[in-house]
Design a protein around this ligand. Structure first.
Ligand code: NI
Length: 169
């Protein structure tokens, strides 16, 4: 395989490079669940979140940052409640129904397509605009948000790799 970061076609080079970094991180996250079946996605530490939950959470958190912060559209209350966007090993999110990896990968893909469509319309200036959260507690530049999503995928990818290791039969 040849590794490269290539700007997404149709985006400005600056926006396209950030999107390429998002896609590269997502590639690594997706690879972390290769070969698992629905039951294997249930692997979790006692009281911790399962691999299935972490995959679902990655899609949900992207939705929160992109739709609520970058687009300024409030999440429905039930989604906000489930997001737990300050997830940690101590914070236990609801376990999704038993589904194969393809189900969760489709959620990730559909959310990423939403992000891609938004960024197709971005100028370079949009990367460094400040976007408030709806509570107006903080502002975030677009570039910061997108970099945070790269970090977020990698954070949970590491957790998934650990869970795979701990559940080897
Ligand atoms: Ni998280």
């Amino acid at each position: 395989m040849d590794y490269a970061l290539t700007p997404e076609p149709g985006m400005t080079p600056a926006v396209g490079y950030v999107f390429a970094a998002l896609e590269d991180a997502r590639r690594v996250l997706v690879a972390s669940v290769a070969g698992l079946d629905a039951q294997a996605l249930r692997a979790a530490l006692p009281g911790g979140n399962s691999i299935a939950t972490l995959l679902w959470h990655a899609a949900a958190v992207e939705r929160w940052w992109v739709e609520e912060v970058l687009e300024g559209r409030p999440m429905p209350e039930d989604v906000r409640h489930l997001l737990g966007h300050d997830i940690s090993w101590e914070k236990h999110l609801p376990e999704p129904a038993l589904r194969p990896p393809e189900h969760f990968l489709a959620l990730l893909k559909s959310q990423r397509e939403h992000t891609r469509r938004l960024l197709l319309g971005w100028s370079d200036g949009d990367l460094d605009r400040a976007y408030p959260d709806l509570a107006h507690e903080h502002t975030y530049t677009g570039r910061w948000v997108l970099n945070h999503l790269v970090q977020h995928d990698m954070h949970h990818e590491g957790q998934i790799r650990m869970l795979r290791g701990s559940s080897r039969r």
